[in-house]
Design a protein around this ligand. Structure first.
Ligand code: PLP
Length: 381
């Protein structure tokens, strides 16, 4: 028999799997499932990006690249970061197969047995798994009593950060809440990070998807340049989930260490995909604006429909998710909703916050209306 490492055995399989398994089973039986559980845009990748990828393949960009990524893409990323107010040169950037790989490399480089990592709950499911695989422990701040905002949770955050804290992960706009944290909240993070000498990951993968607010990039705050690792990717803003392209930018000492992990594991991101990434960053503003406008219309639609049925939600300012209050047993609510109403959502407990279900509104208006009608008809709203 095989003997498995603590590293893998201490990680639980994703709680979202139960829901997708149910959805797949129902669909196999011929049911029409309204899937509001997905974490990806429902738009095709913009045409110019697809063309750029194809042209790069035709031009023979099919071999290995420099481990950190082709220089032209790192230059385009450096310029994008400069637009966000961040000063990162091409040697302070590593291009990865997806932001998830970037986060994995950063966490693995910074966290080991005995290190504590602070998460803001509800938090994206993989942060916890990555920290546990690295041997770290978690200190969690529950933002649910504060409409998922960080500023009013200042005292709780202060309690959660201690001398044992190695790393704090901030994700704004947030998956799963859609919350965008205020400048005052980020300044609070900065003050604690400086006081306790903590490194901060700023996961900005939804930064381009906001509605009337302009999120501040954490690394731009005074005192944060040397202790912030900025993570971003192409999956959400450019609807490129399957291309697997992301990056991180941070102090060169981290880039040197994480770069070893990167080169000995993935080698590099895919060559022609990196070329498509340049096109995405340089020539896709209009398509992104159109997708964001569509998401905003859907957000408004869902918030209004829920209000019509007496359900108030914390209105998200970004990403394409919102948290629906569903009572204590969110797992049972989500299982029931999919079995009875054929509407798939993700239980809040998967993100560390029971009592809610995450709705993704990356679905057409017709499907969103249909989903809510069914939840009402089956008594779930
Ligand atoms: N970070 C957050 C908060 C996410 O929601 C996701 C995807 O769901 C990722 C990172 C990883 O995205 P990718 O690996 O597709 O770039």
């Amino acid at each position: 028999t095989m003997e498995f490492t603590d590293r893998v055995t201490r990680v639980e399989p994703s709680a979202t799997l139960a829901i997708s398994a149910l959805a797949t089973e129902l669909e196999a039986d011929g049911a029409d499932v309204v899937d509001l559980s997905v974490g990806e845009p429902d738009f095709p990748t913009p045409r110019n990006i697809v063309d750029a990828g194809q042209e790069a393949m035709d031009a023979g960009h099919t071999g290995y690249t420099t481990s950190a990524g082709i220089l032209a893409l790192r230059e385009a990323i450096s310029e994008k970061l400069a637009d966000d107010g961040l000063d990162r040169g091409t040697d302070e950037i590593i291009v990865t197969p997806g932001a998830k790989q970037a986060l994995y490399e950063i966490v693995s480089s910074l966290v080991q047995d005995g290190d504590e990592v602070v998460l803001l709950d509800p938090a994206w499911v993989s942060y916890e798994a990555m920290v546990k695989m690295a041997g770290g422990s978690l200190s969690r701040v529950d933002l649910s009593p504060h409409d998922f905002q960080l500023e009013p949770a200042r005292d709780e955050l202060e309690e959660a950060v201690s001398a044992d804290t190695e790393l704090l992960i901030v994700n704004s706009p947030s998956n799963p809440t859609g919350a965008v944290y205020s400048d005052a909240a980020l300044e609070g993070v900065r003050d604690l990070a400086v006081e306790h000498d903590v490194t901060v990951i700023s996961d900005e993968i939804y930064k381009e998807i906001t509605y009337g607010v302009e999120p501040t990039s954490l690394g731009t705050l005074d005192g944060m340049a040397d202790r912030t690792v900025t993570v971003n990717g192409f999956s959400k803003a450019y609807s490129m989930t399957g291309w697997r392209l992301g990056y991180f930018a941070g102090p060169s000492e981290l880039i040197d260490q994480a770069g070893k992990l990167h080169s000995h594991s993935v080698s590099s991101a895919v060559n022609f995909v990196q070329h498509a990434g340049i096109e995405a960053l340089e020539n896709t503003d209009e398509a992104v604006a159109e997708m964001v406008e569509a998401f905003e219309g859907r957000r408004d639609l869902v918030v209004d429909l829920l209000a019509d049925h007496g359900v108030d939600v914390a209105v998200p300012d970004g990403a394409f998710y919102m948290m629906l209050p569903v009572g204590d047993d969110d797992q049972a609510w989500c299982e029931g909703a999919i079995e009875d109403a054929h509407v798939a959502t993700v239980p809040g407990s998967a993100f560390g916050t029971p009592g809610y279900a995450r709705i993704s509104y990356a679905a057409s208006e017709e499907r969103l209306e249909e989903g809510i009608e069914r939840l009402v008809a089956e008594g779930y709203l």
